[in-house]
Design a protein around this ligand. Structure first.
Ligand SMILES: Cc1cc2nc3c(=O)[nH]c(=O)nc-3n(C[C@H](O)[C@H](O)[C@H](O)COP(=O)(O)OP(=O)(O)OC[C@H]3O[C@@H](n4cnc5c(N)ncnc54)[C@H](O)[C@@H]3O)c2cc1C
Length: 386
C-alpha cells in the first residue's frame, strides 16, 4: 500500500501510527464516560487533532517530520492521519478538541477575516472543541430541507431552530450552524456560532456506540447573529455559500470518515489474528477475504483523497467508498465476534466496544441509501465506471 503514497505521506502515516499506539485505554475510558477526554489531553494524538487543517502560520510548533511540514489541508494527509488515529481508537479521535468538520467548512467558505479569527482561536493555548451542525430532528438526511431559521433583526439576524446528532456540540466552544435565510437551496447559510451566546443550548444524547462522538441535541432560541458570522456573506455569491459549503465539506470529509471506518476495520482484523493466530480453513478464508476487501477499499480511498487534492471531486466515487468502508467495518466486527467464538462479546470488552462503534458509520456523513443514490446517478451518467 505504501507504494501508492508519496514519501511525505508515508512519513506522516508512520509518525501518526506511533501516536495512535496508546489510544485504546483512553478510548475504553471515554466509552464509559464521554467527558473523560479531559484526562487525556496531554497525548500526542490530541495535539495532532488540534492541528489538523489549521494553517501552519497559526501554530506555534507545527508538525515537522524530516524535511516536511504538515497542516493536513491535503485530503490525503488528513485521511491518513484520521485512519491511523482510528486504528488506535475512533471514539477517542472524535472526542478530541480541534477543527474536525467545522474547520473544513470555514476553510471552504470563510472570508480572510473569518478564517483568521477562527484559526487564531483554534490555535490558542486552550483546547477548543468545535461542532458542525447540519442534521435536524425532522429532516435527517434531507439537508436541503433544513428549517432552522436565520431571520433579519435590526442590523443583524437571529437564529431559531433545533439540530440533532451533532458531534461534540454540548462540549464545544464554537461551531458552524447551517440555517435558512430564504426559501430554496440558495437560501441556506452557514453561520459561525459561539456556544456562550444567549439562546444556544446543547445536551448530550446517550448512545449505544461511538460514545466518543458525544452527539448532542442543540436548541437555538433567538440566538443573536452578526452579519460577519455568516460564512462568506461579503465575498461569495449565495449560490456558492450555505448548501454548497455543506456539500463541499461533506465531500471533502467523506474519505476522512471512510478512513475512520477502515482504521477500525484494520484494528479488528489485527485483533482477531493476534487472538487466534492458528485460525485455519473457512475461518482463515473469511479473515483473508475481509483483509483483501479492506486493502482494496483503502486503495480506492487514497486514490479518491488524492483526486480531491488535485481538484477532482467525484461525488459518486466518494459516496461509494464511504458506503463500502462503513459496510466493511460492520462486517469485520460481526465476523470477529464469530471467529473469536461463543461469548466473545462478553469476554472481550474491546471487541464489544468496536462492535458497537462500527454501527455509527452507516449514519455519519449520510446513510448508505443516500450514498447509493449518488452512486446510481454516477452509473446513469456514465461517470462511475470508467
Ligand atoms: C456518531 C454520529 C455522529 C454524527 N455527527 C454529526 C455531526 O457532527 N453533525 C451533524 O449535522 N450530524 C451528525 N450526525 C448525524 C448524521 O449525519 C445523520 O444520522 C444522518 O444525516 C442521517 O439522518 P437520520 O439519522 O435522521 O436518518 P434519516 O435521514 O431519517 O434516515 C433514516 C433512514 O431512511 C433512509 N432515507 C432517508 N432519506 C432517504 C431517501 N431520500 N431515499 C432513500 N432512503 C432514504 C436512510 O438511508 C435511513 O436508512 C452524526 C450521526 C452519528 C451516528
Amino acid at each position: 500500500m505504501s507504494e501508492l503514497l508519496p514519501e511525505r505521506a508515508v512519513l506522516l502515516r508512520d509518525h501518526v501510527r506511533e501516536a495512535a499506539a496508546g489510544l485504546r485505554d483512553a478510548g475504553m475510558e471515554i466509552d464509559r464516560d464521554p467527558t473523560a477526554v479531559d484526562r487525556w489531553l496531554h497525548l500526542p494524538a490530541v495535539a495532532l487533532m488540534r492541528g489538523c487543517t489549521v494553517p501552519v502560520e497559526y501554530v506555534s510548533s507545527p508538525l515537522r517530520i524530516g524535511p516536511y511540514t504538515y497542516d493536513m489541508s491535503s485530503c490525503l494527509e488528513h485521511t491518513l492521519t484520521i485512519e491511523e488515529l482510528s486504528y488506535g481508537d475512533a471514539g477517542f479521535m472524535l472526542a478530541c478538541p480541534g477543527p474536525l468538520m467545522s474547520g473544513v467548512a470555514v476553510g471552504a467558505l470563510g472570508d480572510d477575516k473569518q478564517r483568521h479569527a477562527y484559526y487564531q482561536r483554534l490555535a490558542g493555548p486552550e483546547p477548543t472543541w468545535t461542532f458542525f451542525g447540519l442534521t435536524e430532528p425532522g429532516k435527517g438526511s434531507a439537508a436541503a430541507e433544513l428549517e432552522t431559521a436565520l431571520t433579519p433583526d435590526g442590523d443583524g439576524f437571529r437564529l431559531d431552530g433545533a439540530k440533532r446528532y451533532v458531534g461534540n456540540a454540548a462540549f464545544a466552544q464554537l461551531g458552524v450552524v447551517f440555517c435558512r435565510r430564504a426559501p430554496g437551496p440558495l437560501g441556506i447559510e452557514a453561520v459561525l456560532v459561539d456556544t456562550e451566546t444567549p439562546g444556544f443550548r446543547a445536551e448530550p444524547i446517550p448512545t449505544v456506540g461511538m460514545r466518543g462522538a458525544r452527539i448532542s441535541a442543540i436548541t437555538l432560541d433567538n440566538v443573536r447573529v452578526e452579519r460577519e458570522q455568516i460564512l462568506g456573506y461579503d465575498t461569495l455569491k449565495p449560490s456558492r455559500r450555505g448548501l454548497v459549503g455543506a456539500i463541499r465539506t461533506l465531500q471533502r470529509f467523506r474519505p476522512v470518515l471512510a478512513g475512520t471506518a477502515l482504521g477500525l476495520t484494520r484494528a479488528v482484523l489485527d485483533h482477531v489474528r493476534a487472538e487466534r493466530p492458528a485460525l485455519a480453513g473457512a475461518a482463515r478464508q473469511c479473515l483473508d477475504d475481509l483483509q483483501d476487501r479492506l486493502d482494496a477499499a483503502r486503495w480506492h480511498n487514497y486514490a479518491i483523497a488524492s483526486a480531491i487534492d488535485a481538484g477532482e471531486v467525484r461525488a459518486d466515487r466518494i459516496a461509494a467508498v464511504k458506503t463500502r468502508a462503513a459496510e466493511l467495518a460492520e462486517r469485520a466486527t460481526l465476523a470477529a465476534a464469530g471467529l473469536l467464538g461463543p461469548g466473545a462479546l462478553l469476554r472481550d470488552p474491546w471487541l464489544h466496544k468496536v462492535y458497537r462503534d462500527a454501527r455509527a458509520f452507516e449514519f455519519m456523513e449520510g446513510t448508505g441509501h443516500i450514498q447509493r443514490l449518488a452512486v446510481f446517478q454516477g452509473v446513469a451518467k456514465g461517470t462511475f465506471l470508467p
